[in-house]
Design a protein around this ligand. Structure first.
Ligand SMILES: C[S@@+](CC[C@H](N)C(=O)[O-])C[C@H]1O[C@@H](n2cnc3c(N)ncnc32)[C@H](O)[C@@H]1O
Length: 351
């Protein structure tokens, strides 16, 4: 069985039954002695085969490591296709969205400065902040008061293959520095997805991450106030659920397309024009539950090959309407400039 069962063991206390919202416990088989985990040590969760609530609702862990947790309405949508997921994986793998990942990582690091820290480091010491700058740990939100030994919980909703979740977890771990006790204070990442093709990759993305196949439009299978940071990157949102699961002092990070995103490719090949995540529209949708914080804009020109341009067109919502052969013929192999225009906004729970 693949996936990261050690992370799953840490996640189980945060999970709730998607059928009845009650707490769940892991069901296990006995792991063979000395099963090696991703960090080389014996993995304490290696025997977890699924979860079960007191009412007897039971959910098996897939061979690929993810847990499928649908509520009473079951699965209603398939999520992204394998072709879309593979195209996105290739695009993200060649650096097109590295600046977006860096912005998300910077926000998470700033949020958790003082939370993940080297063992024996006083709580008020100075730690590296976003961009390598030095910031005072008291600038962290109330989440910074977390007890040493429990790492922050990062939820990536509609996480795809886990590209951004992995970068953020890497960044949060780096705040802790080399003296940090591995395992004791590691962040925990939870990625949710509807697409099984994405979830298979998500389950393997990072030793500190677990993958859940679940529908954002339904109740999320997580306890109240169990998450420190929720990030949503180009994916559907569920505002009331985000407000319910975020801890006081937590943060919601929403990344979406700006009006010039992927131009001129978007116009050239007739990609669907996603409604840009206009600040006022986004904020009115969150009003009452969240107050807006800082906004960051990534706006840069990136040079990509014809093959990457084809993947960029196919990886999004237009991917199911466009034909790869037609795109390859019209785009050819020559390099082209593409605008990456992404708005990243932060919000605090309004309670
Ligand atoms: C445009 S992709 C973004 C993926 C990832 N956040 C990224 O930026 O690489 C949107 C993702 O949301 C997933 N998705 C769509 N509707 C969903 C829903 N109702 N619940 C959970 N995931 C959903 C899709 O399968 C897809 O992988």
């Amino acid at each position: 069985m693949t996936g990261h069962p050690g992370a799953l063991e840490r996640a189980v206390p945060l999970l709730r039954c998607p059928q009845c919202t009650e707490p769940v416990a892991a069901h296990t088989n006995t792991p063979s002695p000395g099963v090696a985990g991703p960090r080389g040590a014996r993995d304490p969760g290696a025997g977890i085969t699924g979860i079960r609530c007191a009412a007897g609702h039971s959910f098996d862990r897939a061979r690929h490591g993810y847990l499928t947790l649908f509520g009473p309405r079951g699965r209603r949508f398939p999520g992204d296709t394998t072709d879309q997921i593979l195209a996105r994986e290739r695009v993200q793998g060649c650096g097109v969205f590295d600046t977006v990942a860096a912005v998300l990582t910077g926000i998470a690091r700033e949020q958790f400065v003082g939370t993940v820290r080297p063992v024996g480091t006083p709580a008020d010491s100075r730690l590296a902040g976003p961009g390598g700058s030095r910031v005072d740990s008291p600038t962290a939100g109330p989440a910074g008061s977390r007890t040493v030994g429990s790492g922050p919980v990062v939820l990536d909703v509609g996480a795809g293959t886990g590209f951004y979740l992995r970068r953020v977890l890497d960044g949060v771990r780096a705040v802790g520095g080399p003296g940090r006790a591995v395992g004791a204070q590691s962040p925990l990442g939870i990625g949710t997805e509807l697409s099984v093709a994405a979830a298979r990759r998500l389950a393997k993305t990072d030793p500190d991450a677990v993958a859940l196949v679940t529908d954002t439009w339904d109740a999320l299978p997580l306890a109240d106030e169990s998450v420190d940071l929720v990030q949503v990157v180009f994916a559907p949102r569920n505002v009331s659920e985000f407000a319910r699961i975020l801890r006081p002092g937590g943060i919601l990070v929403v990344a979406g397309p700006g009006p010039g995103h992927l131009e001129p490719l978007r116009s050239d090949v007739g990609m669907l024009t996603a409604e840009p995540d206009k600040a006022d529209r986004l904020e009115s949708g969150l009003a009452g539950s969240f107050t807006p914080g800082r906004a960051h804009v990534v706006d840069e020109s990136v040079r990509v090959s014809g093959a990457v341009a084809t993947d960029l067109a196919l990886m999004g919502p237009s991917g199911v309407h466009l034909d790869r052969g037609d795109l390859e013929r019209s785009l050819g192999s020559a390099d082209r400039e593409i605008r990456v225009h992404v708005e990243v906004r932060t919000f605090r729970p309004a309670r």
